[in-house]
Design a binder for this molecule. Structure first.
Ligand code: GAL
Length: 652
């Protein structure tokens, strides 16, 4: 799709005068910039009053970039409506669950379900696409920006109408909805769709299935907006379309979204002060590659150094900008873009780092920007090469939404539950793909199903089939508890996976969070029966019956003490072993389990190192070795060994 790696950033020339634009092009060329994302927040400048368009300045900017050999990722500019739209049409503004109307003066103040907003956004997008579709500088379309970032849901009357239409489409008739939602409980029976409301502020907890459907609807409502703009573009241009995702972003089920972009893009701002941010960033890159499937993915936004929206904003220390950029390339990205090109001197993000900082070109940051541009120019041949993985970790937005509702056995962090396993595999040097409920599991030798609370018969069958053909499977606590309508799978939970795993779950026994007057217990140990699976667990135990599985570790405290915490059912006749981990493991315990899973599945690490801070990933015929640590580290791989200096990146 693209012949060079994307390198550049959000370019907001409307903040500057034309003499600066010339300097921008000069500095971009010097830095090896190949693409600028233009127009993301330009609506007010492009349409200063209702129906009055001014494209002259944008023509000028795009022509200058083109003359400089820089491609344009052109935004449809619909992310931040101008003040006049809200003034003339207050119905475009989003309404919160408590009735608060969000106002202007910031950005993203639109209701996804507002017909008026849609009409104006469609008009603007049409004008932009018609004007620039054939401009040779334009290489891609950037639809809106970070859908749902600030306004993931809207509870307005117009949203209520849209929600009802979505429900009518899903359920067909109201009695089917009543059954699915269990409205017999608490006298919630609806006589018609007209009575149904979005889950607005209410006296007590709101019907769980209503909440889940509102999450599904909310994601779809944003997606419908995106698709509206895609249709406008596709009718007028065959250039590729994207909209920037935000990693593990709870409000949008990106498995559903990924089908509607030609290439996946992501915005990622790991906290430079938090060492856990690096393995977390690796997981985000893996998610993007997995969402993209056969399509490219590009890192659309990152910071060259600090952001300005945390309480304290650490700068990226020397080398981190490069390491995190190459981490993305290693994990499949075909480009590295930043927010933003030139650091603003006014407005909310004037303290957010950029490619050209306030201090100008004679700076650490701009020098690093130039160096990375040069390095990426030498990596063009990675484009289109694959990142092989034999391990799939399942990731499911329905389960995320469901497991974090109130009225559950205990508050569980879905991301923690999933990423504990990704992080352990990362420490082991194993590359992971994420898989959705609907993904094919063919080709994976190890399938991990962490806390997939909501299941379908199809996903249960697909995971069992993977085991049947020899893949090792691991299922963890709070999986297969509910069906898609959040109805309980009775008789020991786990549904069809009881047979796969050889276990059933009689009762949950979370280590209750004491109230605010007491400290929560940290971790409690599990008792390893073979001495190998040592380590603690966090927060969760349950009463498990291992009817047809070997018990490898038991709980030591609480109601479930003495009962199975980790089980393994050996695979018979070509089938893979099936593991159940009935709890949230500590790092040490997850590492111990992963070592056994790798042995069971025959999956080998890409490389090994005694340091947890060495990251090793294969992409095509290259091996990327990244030492995120502050000390030198030895690393060994099939056919080689090296000592990486502190902070070193080596591409073998
Ligand atoms: C993103 C957004 C950018 C900028 C950036 C700052 O969420 O798309 O416009 O605000 O964050 O980190």
């Amino acid at each position: 799709m693209f012949s060079s790696l994307w390198y550049g950033g959000d370019y907001n020339p409307e903040q500057w005068t034309p003499d600066v634009w010339d300097d921008d092009v000069r500095l971009m060329r010097r830095a090896g910039v190949t693409v600028a994302t233009v127009g993301v927040f330009s609506w007010a400048k492009l349409e200063p009053a209702d129906g009055e368009f001014d494209f002259g300045w944008l023509d000028d900017v795009i022509d200058r970039l083109h003359a400089g050999g820089i491609g344009v990722d052109l935004a449809t500019a619909t992310a931040a409506p101008p003040p006049w739209l809200a003034r003339e049409h207050p119905d475009t503004l989003p309404v919160m669950a408590d009735g608060t109307v969000l106002g202007i003066g910031s950005r993203q103040h639109y209701s996804p379900s507002s017909a008026t907003y849609r009409e104006y956004a469609a008009r603007l997008a049409t004008r932009i696409v018609e004007r620039y579709a054939d401009h040779p500088a334009v290489i891609a379309w950037h639809v809106n920006n970070e859908y749902g970032c600030h306004v993931p849901r809207c509870w307005s009357d117009e949203s209520a109408v849209a929600f009802r239409a979505w429900l009518a489409e899903r359920y067909g008739d109201i009695e089917t909805l009543n059954d699915a939602w269990g409205t017999a409980f608490w006298s919630q029976h609806y006589a018609s769709f007209d009575e149904v409301m979005p889950p607005r502020a209410a006296p007590a907890s709101i019907n769980p299935t209503q909440q889940l459907d509102f999450d599904r609807f909310g994601s779809d409502a944003l997606l419908a907006l995106h698709r509206m703009e895609c249709d406008i573009i596709r009718a007028r241009s065959d250039k590729p379309i994207t909209t920037n995702f935000m990693g593990f972003f709870k409000p949008a089920d990106y498995w559903r979204w990924a089908e509607h972009v030609d290439f996946v893009t992501d915005d990622a701002y790991p906290d430079p002060a938090d060492p856990r941010a690096i393995p977390f960033a690796a997981a985000v890159r893996d998610l993007m590659r997995s969402l993209a499937g056969d399509k490219p993915w590009i890192l659309m936004e990152q910071a060259t150094s600090a952001v300005n929206w945390r309480p304290r904003n650490a700068p990226k220390p020397a080398g981190m900008f490069r390491r995190l950029s190459l981490q993305s390339i290693a994990r499949g990205a075909d480009g590295i873009m930043q927010f933003q090109w030139r650091q603003s001197v006014r407005g909310s993000e004037k303290f957010h780092s950029a490619m050209v900082p306030h201090a100008g070109e004679d700076t650490r940051i701009y020098r690093d920007v130039c160096a990375l541009g040069e390095e990426l120019a030498g990596l063009t041949s990675v484009i289109g090469s694959r990142v092989p993985s034999r391990v799939a970790v399942m990731f499911d937005w329905d389960s995320w939404w469901a497991v974090e509702q109130t009225d559950t056995p205990a508050r569980v962090s879905y991301i923690r539950a999933v990423l504990a396993w990704h992080a352990a595999l990362y420490r082991a040097g194993v590359t992971v793909d994420f898989a959705s409920k609907d993904s094919s599991l063919d080709g994976y030798d190890l399938v991990i199903v962490p806390t997939m609370q909501v299941v379908t018969p199809e996903v249960q069958a697909r995971v069992a089939a993977a085991s049947g053909r020899g893949a090792t499977v691991l299922v963890t606590y709070q999986s297969a508890i509910l069906d898609e309508g959040l109805g309980v799978l009775p008789g020991g939970y786990l549904g069809a996976w009881q047979e796969l795993l050889g276990v059933r779950v009689e009762e949950f026994a979370p280590y209750a969070q004491p109230d605010q007057f007491f400290d929560a217990p940290a971790t409690v140990p599990v008792s390893s029966l073979d001495g190998e699976l040592a380590g603690g667990i966090e927060g969760w135990s349950e009463v498990v019956h291992a009817d047809a599985a070997e018990v490898l570790a038991t709980f030591t405290e609480g109601l479930a003490a003495g009962g199975p915490a980790i089980t393994r059912r050996a695979g018979a006749e070509g089938a893979g072993a099936a593991w159940y981990v009935a709890t949230q493991p500590s790092e040490a315990l997850a590492d111990a389990v992963v070592a056994r899973l790798l042995a069971d599945s025959g999956v080998a690490p890409v490389a090994t190192s005694a340091s947890d801070e060495v990251e090793a990933v294969r992409r095509g015929d290259r091996l990327f070795l990244i030492n995120h640590g502050a000390t030198a580290a030895e690393v060994e791989w099939d056919g080689g060994a090296a000592t990486l200096d502190a902070g070193e990146v080596r591409v073998v």
